[in-house]
Design a protein around this ligand. Structure first.
Ligand code: AMP
Length: 594
């Protein structure tokens, strides 16, 4: 897309020429949101006119919105899953996209317990890169001097697998970090990381984190911003420091590298980088041995101006902990993206987390909005959404998803030029989330059912349950409250499930949860062992009484399957009779079950 160099930048004075160009691009896209959208749809439909999917709906070469909307249905993943499976199995005919599917991006959203596979094409990398290239020019409007130091970002690749036909299937960030776009990115003084590529690309999460932390400590005075993709990731890094500072300080003192770092590329890089620095080692020991870790981030990295982490949506639960460790540094949520498509960016990144709005960039895909719970079912275009209303996002991508429901609920907060800005409200059907896991009500129900089978021969059943995402510990973990009933004829205490059996129930539940949960537990260590808290009989009745006393209708009362309201938590916790944890890791491998 050509940029009109005569446009000024109403967003603010750019920090450099490159930024000026990026800001002009944002202006141009947002001023012409509707026209850009029309063009994007026409491009997608004309290039994919001969695909099996588009032909099935008899568009006959039409590329206008009217025909598109009358003929192509709004779908979910399950509707397009058969086509996706055929591509995964090796059908190279143009099923969804005229451009060859280059790989699958594995979403953290699941279908039948496995990550959804999102088709992508080579040129999508350029589109993602383009969105990334807009982030620093916007940030530079608010935070001056970011070219005078570095960013300490904890970035990781995750395991990848291949579909039956040999196409790669991996998370979108893994795909991006392994791309030439990232690995051979040109030097940009506003975007220098302390983490070397060798560390980011190391597949072993311990070695990767260890060296990223080591480099961040060595260059502590240069660090101007600290980040990870999600808040949970940054807190995991802090926890890692708590557990490993003695070894890190040893390496800094001696100028040697921990023997646990065995990756040859990493070792080779670090050999040239690490030098003995006893003074820094003493500093690390002094700070980290202090019992009180409040404000540790600003003590170790005193020049940090902000934390760059997503704290919108499910990640909002981590804001108090981040504030504790950082002494209340600003939290910047810069972008909104998914495996299906990158959506947009926050044009006011230093605002309070509760005020974050993302501006969807109209060049990324064709966007539609399904009114959410307002009675209306009329799907509207990007430029036609109304301030204050909530919508579910529906996308049509260059890679071949047509009118696909992403599952995110967004509320319109305003406009930048003619482009709407959205508050991320929530993802549909997510009950529990600690890291990238998303557990819905039916998954939790199935897990409880499977685990409670272990109680059958003890004549015991789970009569009620609810859950809670406990993020007070790092990593956080799922807590499931169980009320048990042991049949009267066998109600002697010896028949009550033993501690061992209930521990086993915890593991059984974990084994029944989706593959993203199990990967977080096994490979990423970003979720701790699942906990079952058995509560006294009658507790859930008390819960209902409490809800009714607060105005709930007795006829319509349903047990909440997830709780986080303090009085309810206090009630539940005061009735706990025993506590049990998973003693092992659930089964997980990178291979998909289907
Ligand atoms: P994935 O399917 O793993 O690519 O995850 C994409 C999903 O993560 C999106 O559809 C959102 O639900 C969530 N997400 C991504 N970016 C943000 C953000 N900035 N704020 C809140 N949620 C986000």
């Amino acid at each position: 897309m050509a940029v009109d160099s005569n446009l000024s930048s109403p967003l603010g004075p750019p920090a450099c020429d490159k930024d000026a160009k990026a800001l002009r691009f944002i202006e141009e896209m947002t001023r012409n949101a509707d026209a850009v959208q029309e063009r994007v749809l026409a491009e997608i439909l004309s290039r994919n006119a001969e695909t099996e999917y588009v032909k099935r709906f008899k568009l006959d070469g039409a590329t206008d919105r009217e025909t598109f909307k009358t003929k192509i249905p709004v779908i979910t993943y399950d509707d397009v899953q058969p086509e996706i499976q055929r591509i995964a199995n090796g059908d190279r005919s143009p099923i969804l996209s005229a451009h060859p599917i280059s790989e699958f991006l594995t979403s953290s959203g699941t279908s039948a317990g496995e990550r959804k596979l999102m088709p992508t094409i080579k040129e999508e990398l350029d589109r993602r890169q383009l969105l990334y290239s807009l982030l620093m020019p916007v940030m530079n409007l608010y935070v001056p001097g970011l070219d005078k130091g570095k960013g300490l970002y904890f970035l990781f690749v995750k395991s990848e697998t291949r579909t039956p036909s040999g196409l790669l299937a991996r998370p979108v960030l893994t795909s991006y970090y392994k791309s030439e776009h990232f690995k051979t990115r040109p030097y940009d003084p506003y975007n220098v990381y302390t983490s070397p590529n060798e560390a980011i690309l190391c597949p072993d999460s311990f070695q990767s984190m260890y060296t990223q932390m080591l480099c961040g400590l060595i260059e502590r005075n240069q660090v101007l911003r600290l980040g990870a993709v999600f808040a949970s990731g940054l807190l995991r890094a802090i926890r890692f420091l708590q557990l490993n500072w003695v070894e890190l300080a040893h390496d800094i003192r001696t100028g040697t590298l921990n023997s646990k770092i065995t990756d040859p590329k990493l070792k080779n890089h670090m050999k040239h980088f690490i030098k003995p620095d006893p003074e820094l080692a003493s500093f690390v020991i002094q700070e980290c041995s202090n019992e009180n870790w409040e404000g540790i981030i600003t003590r170790i990295w005193p020049n940090t101006k902000y934390l760059d982490v997503i704290v919108t949506g499910a990640m909002a639960q981590y804001i108090p902990t981040l504030n504790y460790y950082s002494g209340g540094l600003p939290l910047a949520c810069t972008m909104y993206a998914s495996s299906e498509c990158y959506f947009g960016l926050n044009l006011n990144p230093m605002c309070k987390p509760s005020e974050v709005s993302y501006t969807i960039m109209p060049n990324m895909a064709y966007f539609e909005f399904l009114p959410h719970e307002s009675g209306s079912t009329r799907i509207v275009d990007l430029a036609d959404v109304e301030v204050g209303k909530e919508y579910e996002l529906v996308i049509t991508t260059y890679a071949g998803l047509y009118r696909y429901r992403v599952g995110d609920i967004l509320r319109v907060t305003g406009f930048h030029n003619s482009a709407p800005q959205f508050h991320f409200v929530r993802r549909k059907n997510v009950l529990l989330s600690i890291d990238s896991d998303k557990t819905d009500e039916s998954e939790l129900q199935r897990a409880v059912e499977n685990a409670s089978k272990l109680l059958v021969e003890l004549n015991t059943s789970v009569v009620e349950y609810t859950s809670y995402a406990d993020t007070e510990t790092i990593p956080g973990h799922y807590v499931i409250y169980w009320e048990l009933l042991t049949k009267a004829d066998s109600a002697n205490s010896s028949n009550l499930p033993s501690h061992d059996v209930l521990n086993q129930c915890c593991l059984e539940m974990e084994g029944s949860l989706n593959s993203v949960y199990r990967q977080c537990r096994v490979a990423d260590h970003s979720i701790g062992p699942l906990e079952i808290r058995v509560v006294k009989s009658g507790t859930f009745e008390e819960l209902m009484d409490y809800a009714i006393s607060r105005g709930a209708s007795i006829n319509q009362y349903k047990v909440p399957r997830c709780v986080n309201f303090t009085p309810i938590m206090e009630l539940l916790n005061s009735r706990v009779v025993s506590v049990h944890f998973s003693q092992d890791l659930p089964h997980w491998t990178p291979e998909r079950r289907r």
